[in-house]
Design a protein. Structure first.
Length: 611
């Protein structure tokens, strides 16, 4: 708004807001502008006087007090820092740093909703503060509102386009959303601004790994080893190199990298968790002592506390200390459930919507250019990785692993239908869905004519995919529900997409919702979905492997009988198991914990839950 078009009242309000956020010179100029036009204006005179005579409450808070509170926050004493910052804020609410410290303490204490409220209130007075937008995005990220968080991070980049840190945070959020290509663009921008940004290099390596560029990922993480001595990014690079080694079946090399990562930074929680998966424990194992020390630390962020409890469970489970082991498992799950704020009702509503949406399916679009997809779906930990490795042995197949292509395309189509008020699928939407999905799959297929996509929860979109892609096939793995659910409950997944797994009642209901939705898809597309029982696959391996390969329209190769020798990297929780000869994972391990699993067992017994 031009000055001449602004009323006196509007100008005075702008001056007051500038004064509150500490922009004294701006406030002075606005008050003087009013007085140049109306020399007797009392509000403008009082405003100028207040600039020269600070509020008495403000005089009672000096920078040393703010610095003291900031030091408390940095030391991890969040409760004391919050208490003191709040007291100072009541005396001097115009000091922006006190609001920021209060919000940061609340985030660290597991109250991101309260932190978000403070950040959003601060934005009203500081709309051009890039760091504040970034902080607001971080709180939204904690609340699993990733789309809104990405918007805040993008705003920070707009306000401060030369900040490599802001571009890195934006890339990290996009990576969490499964938007690998946009994340790659943002992290590339960060590295253009700061080629030595170690965190950005680590993220670049992770993105390259997810995109199947294993050698380039390796080189990128090793570049971090050669470019920094800072413990946090150095330890992260060592951890990532361990993940790459484990994915390729190099267990001892992976253990060495995880051990180095812990030596570099003893509270690297990811390295501890990954090392547990590769270690055989004795009661006096030195790593068990490290885990026990970590689990006692109250200053660890809530997500890290959860992971350490899961790690303790895995170690103690080996030692058959079932009571203490389950205590840690239950605690880890409870913390993870609180962090993710999963709502089973939203999934039930979604599944109902998908059924209604596909009651009338238009003719499938023509097949566009691109790889032929095979989607391997089911509950997590149901044998999907083993099936993918079998198919990897066939000629012309590229195993893409867990990629977000289908989920992203389906979510985009559902948003378009919602925004357009459409209740059923339309041909134009199916065509757009098929074209965009095929193009996205081509980016992962690396020139192969057939691509396997092993993202278990893609079962949600199986009907949409089969309606849109005439050449698509779906392989649905099923496993004993108790075995499968127990395997989920005891796993701390690296992604945030399995929120149902951290509460026994939710897990049982989701298992039933999954079963009933897949029954519906099977009725709609009976010839294009292969239901593959995990127990049959492991019991009659060759016969079932041949059936699987034939269903997918692939030529047989004896390499299909050696999934443990597959060259494709395995980046899931099944990485260690799939490198072993095929065995039946339905071993009844859950029975040792049966007394603690009543909600799960009773929930699974309720087989008539309606969608």
């Amino acid at each position: 708004m031009a000055v001449k078009d602004r009323s006196i009242s509007q100008t005075l309000d702008l001056a007051k807001r500038a004064q509150r956020r500490g922009a004294i010179q701006e406030a002075r100029a606005l008050y003087e502008e009013v007085l140049s036009r109306f020399p007797a204006n009392r509000r403008a005179k009082d405003g100028l006087l207040s600039l020269d005579t600070p509020d008495p409450a403000a005089r009672r808070v000096d920078q040393a007090q703010v610095d003291t509170v900031l030091a408390l926050y940095r030391s991890g004493d969040y409760e004391k820092a919050l208490k003191q910052a709040t007291a100072l804020h009541h005396k001097a609410p115009e000091i922006a740093a006190l609001s920021d410290i209060r919000a940061a303490c609340l985030r660290a204490m597991g109250a991101p909703d309260k932190a978000l409220a403070i950040y959003q209130a601060s934005l009203k007075g500081r709309p051009d503060d890039a760091q504040l937008w970034r902080n607001c995005g971080a709180a939204l990220n904690d609340l699993q509102k990733l789309s809104e968080a990405e918007g805040c991070f993008a705003k920070a980049c707009d306000l401060s386009p030369d900040s490599a840190d802001h571009w890195y945070i934006l890339a990290e959020c996009r990576e969490m959303r499964g938007h690998h290509r946009p994340a790659l663009q943002a992290v590339t921008r960060a590295l253009e601004l700061d080629p030595g940004h170690a965190d950005a290099l680590n993220l670049l390596g992770s993105l390259l790994r997810d995109l199947g560029e294993i050698d380039l990922a390796n080189q990128t993480h090793k570049q971090v080893l050669n470019s920094t001595r800072a413990p946090r990014p150095l330890s992260a690079a060592q951890t990532n190199l361990g993940i790459l080694a484990a994915a390729q079946g190099k267990t001892e090399e992976a253990k060495a990298f995880y051990t180095q990562a812990i030596e570099t930074r003893p509270d690297n929680i990811q390295a501890h968790r990954n090392l547990v998966r590769l270690t055989r424990y004795t009661p006096d194992h030195p790593h068990l002592t490290q885990l026990r020390n970590l689990v006692k630390r109250p200053d660890l962020p809530i997500p890290d506390q959860s992971v350490i409890h899961f790690a303790m469970f895995e170690a103690l489970d080996q030692l058959d200390d079932t009571e203490t082991a389950f205590f840690h498992l239950a605690r880890g799950n409870a913390l993870r459930q609180a962090q993710l704020r999963y709502d089973i009702g939203k999934d039930a509503t979604l599944f109902n919507h998908l059924k209604a949406l596909t009651e009338e399916v238009p003719p499938a679009p023509r097949i566009t250019q691109g790889p032929r997809p095979i989607f391997i779906v089911g509950m997590p930990r149901s044998g999907t990785t083993l099936s993918e490795c079998i198919l990897a042995g066939a000629a012309g197949v590229h195993s893409a692993g867990e990629i977000p292509a289908l989920g992203n395309a389906a979510s985009a189509m559902l948003r378009r239908l919602r925004d357009g008020g459409h209740k059923v699928l339309e041909k134009v939407e199916l065509e757009q869905f098929e074209t965009s999905l095929r193009a996205e799959l081509a980016l992962y297929a690396r020139g192969a004519p057939v691509i396997t996509c092993k993202t278990p929860l893609d079962f949600r979109w199986a009907g949409l995919t089969l309606a849109a892609m005439p050449d698509a096939r779906v392989v649905h793995l099923v496993r004993d529900p108790v075995e499968n659910s127990w395997s989920n409950y005891r796993t701390c997944f690296s992604s945030n997409g399995n929120g149902f797994a951290y509460d026994q009642a939710n897990l049982a209901r989701f298992c039933n919702l999954h079963r009933m939705l897949m029954q519906y898809w099977k009725q709609r597309f009976p010839e294009r979905i292969l239901t593959l029982p995990y127990s049959d696959l492991t019991r009659d391996f060759e016969d079932m492997a041949r059936r699987l390969v034939s269903f997918c329209g692939l030529g047989w190769s004896d390499a299909c009988l050696r999934p443990d020798a597959a060259k494709s990297p395995v980046l899931t929780a099944s990485a260690a198991q799939v490198r072993k000869p095929v065995y039946n994972g339905n071993r009844g391990d859950w029975r040792r914990y049966e007394a603690h699993l009543t909600p799960l067992l009773e929930g699974l017994a309720q087989n008539e839950i309606a969608l």
